[in-house]
Design a binder for this molecule. Structure first.
Ligand SMILES: Cc1ncc(COP(=O)(O)O)c(C=O)c1O
Length: 235
């Protein structure tokens, strides 16, 4: 016997929840309306507008595994800043360290002793000897792609369909119905057609991955400028 979802009942239940949300989030609704005057879609980053209810929830404060919105509703937070707050929101030790550092300079574009301390700790934990720092995950992905192009001499990257790597241009690709690599919907202002930079493979498609790797895709320009330009150690 097959069980079917009662769509009418589902729509009624959804309406009850949507009304409850509106009744308990009035200040967030006001903040959203106000924010739309000065921010695209009323949010500081456009993906925050992809919200299933009428508007996003505006946060007042967060600590540990909980946050409170500006209407006073408290939530258990299973997202934790998408890993940025993986150890809980605003841990006391982290806040104390940030306050100490803020007092003595936030950025000077020069190395500090702390950078080497952190690198040694990362090396011992992850077994990789040398580290570089970036400001965001997107930035880290961009660097990795450049290093890989340099090391392999190959131009294209392979991504799994529907992957997420931040706003790295090359990764906003998908497969069309004919299996061609094309830009994803909503990919605005791509610098080149995505099949110039990328091959897309379906998740779990081993044969597809092997076929994509077989292309090789050598770089169509010479690396000689890099070898000429790199610094030489003094004899
Ligand atoms: C694999 C991966 N790459 C990139 C990003 C984008 O992060 P950021 O906003 O720090 O650039 C994320 C964020 O969720 C991610 O999970």
């Amino acid at each position: 016997m097959s069980t079917q979802i009662d769509r009418v009942r589902l729509a009624q239940l959804r309406k009850v929840e949507e009304d409850r949300f509106l009744a308990t989030h009035k200040k967030s609704a006001e903040a959203f309306a106000d924010s739309q005057k000065v921010m695209h879609e009323g949010v500081p980053m456009s993906w925050m507008a992809k919200w299933p209810g009428a508007h996003p929830v505006f946060v007042k404060e967060a600590k540990g595994a909980r946050f409170t919105d500006i209407d006073g509703n408290t939530y258990i937070d299973f997202c934790l800043g998408d890993t940025g707050s993986m150890t809980g929101h605003s841990p006391d030790a982290t806040i104390a360290a940030i306050k100490r550092q803020a007092d003595i300079g936030i950025t000077s574009m020069l190395p500090t002793l702390d950078a080497a301390v952190v690198s040694k700790e990362l090396a011992s934990r992850f077994g990789l000897p040398k580290w570089q720092f970036t400001v965001t995950a997107t930035d880290a992905n961009r660097h990795v792609i450049r290093y890989c192009r340099l090391i392999t001499g190959r131009s294209k990257i392979i991504v799994i369909d529907r992957c997420y790597h931040g706003s790295v241009d090359e990764t906003f690709a998908t497969l069309d119905d004919a299996g061609n690599t094309v830009k994803r919907e909503g990919n605005l202002g791509a610098p080149v057609d995505l099949d110039v930079t990328t091959r897309v493979v379906e998740f779990n498609d081993l044969a597809g991955m092997e076929a994509a790797l077989k292309h090789g895709d050598p770089h169509n320009f010479s690396w000689s400028w890099w070898y000429d330009a790199r610094p030489r150690s003094k004899a």
